[in-house]
Design a protein around this ligand. Structure first.
Ligand SMILES: [Mn+2]
Length: 338
């Protein structure tokens, strides 16, 4: 192992990796600098470096559906670059997420930046393709438009609608912008209309800020969502939110969609539509640990726009969100402590 350190660029080489329970894990940062080499999520192997895999992390560098600040197309590479410090063992849930399951970085889906309809189809096709190899898909966005094709792929894979737990400052159930139906503010209305989401088991968490009208809320409820507003955090706390989620979702297969703007701009400045009064990263991570009791079939973290980020604050928050989600999946799968 130690002989493989200090390799010369251009020479055939294999980077030392943490191997545990038969899984190929992260680059071993005690033997090879974690800041060297091309970034994959958490320095995990690429999909072509393993024979079998359980969870695929993919990037969707697409932001043509945004309504305010652009830049989330650079989210996947920024989150990967910000994830190099993640380590193999998660003490908060007592699981080694990359040993309990084979997790890989399956690269990016190339989505057309000039044609949203085409991009939506490409994300759908790309997700279906990855799901032929992986049982779980975890996506780094990209703007929230991509949740619609991802949910199409989920519903097809699971043979019916899935519950959605959506963390966001915004409802994302609006009708259209400038006549456009496929945008980052409309994916969950389209998904509900298409029968992709379980209307009796879905909810938003972290909603806040001004709306267009009070009917935004009544229409949202008709589309199948219940809400934990950001302002309720102080009253019920993270554990109270987890309880509300468990009561709503029960044993349904659930898709978790995290718009990083659910966090307060203090914890996630690098995003497209920031709103004051959001969750702390500590609150969000604690809520996500509660998902170990749920059947999480897929997830995304979207709307990281690095041009507005500073010192990787938002990228690091997003990488820890992904880490907790993958840990919850590992825990649920019965992953032994590492
Ligand atoms: Mn949002």
């Amino acid at each position: 192992m130690t002989e493989s350190t200090g390799q010369q660029p251009g020479r055939a080489r294999s980077v030392p990796r943490v191997e545990s329970q038969g899984r190929v894990g992260q680059v071993d940062s005690t033997l090879f600098p974690r800041f060297a080499g091309p970034a994959t999520f958490a320095n995990l192997p690429r999909a072509d470096e393993v024979s079998d895999l359980d969870i695929a992390v993919i990037g969707v560098p697409f932001d043509s559906g945004v309504s305010y600040r652009p830049g989330a197309r650079f989210g996947p590479s920024h989150v990967r670059e910000s994830s190099r410090l993640l380590r193999p063992y998660n003490p908060a849930v007592e699981v080694a997420p990359f040993a309990a399951q084979q997790v890989v970085d399956a690269g990016d889906i190339g989505a057309n930046p000039f044609d949203i309809g085409k991009a939506v189809q490409q994300v759908h096709d790309g997700a279906r393709q990855v799901l032929e190899r992986a049982s779980r898909l975890v996506t780094i966005g990209g703007d929230h438009t991509i949740a619609l094709p991802l949910l199409r792929a989920m519903a097809e894979t699971h043979g019916g609608p899935v519950a959605v737990v959506h963390f966001d400052a915004h409802l994302d159930t609006w009708e259209s912008y400038f006549g456009a139906e496929y945008t980052h503010g409309t994916p969950f209305r389209r998904a509900s209309e298409e029968g992709l989401i379980d209307r009796s088991g879905s909810m938003h968490v972290g909603i806040r800020g001004p709306l267009y009208a009070s009917t935004d809320l009544s229409e949202d409820a008709e589309l199948g969502f219940r809400i934990v507003h950001s302002r309720e955090m102080d009253d019920i706390g993270a554990d109270g939110v987890v309880e509300r989620i468990r009561e709503r979702v029960e044993e349904r297969p659930v898709y978790v969609s995290v718009d990083i703007d659910v966090l307060d701009p203090a914890f996630a400045p690098g995003t497209g539509t920031p709103e004051a009064g959001g969750l702390t990263s500590r609150e969000l991570l604690r809520i996500l640990r509660g998902f170990a009791d749920l059947d999480v079939v897929g997830a995304d973290v979207v709307e990281v726009a690095p041009a507005y980020d500073h010192a990787q604050i938002t990228g690091i928050a997003a990488s820890h969100v992904l880490y907790e989600i993958v840990s919850a999946m590992a825990k649920r799968a019965g992953g032994a402590p590492g």
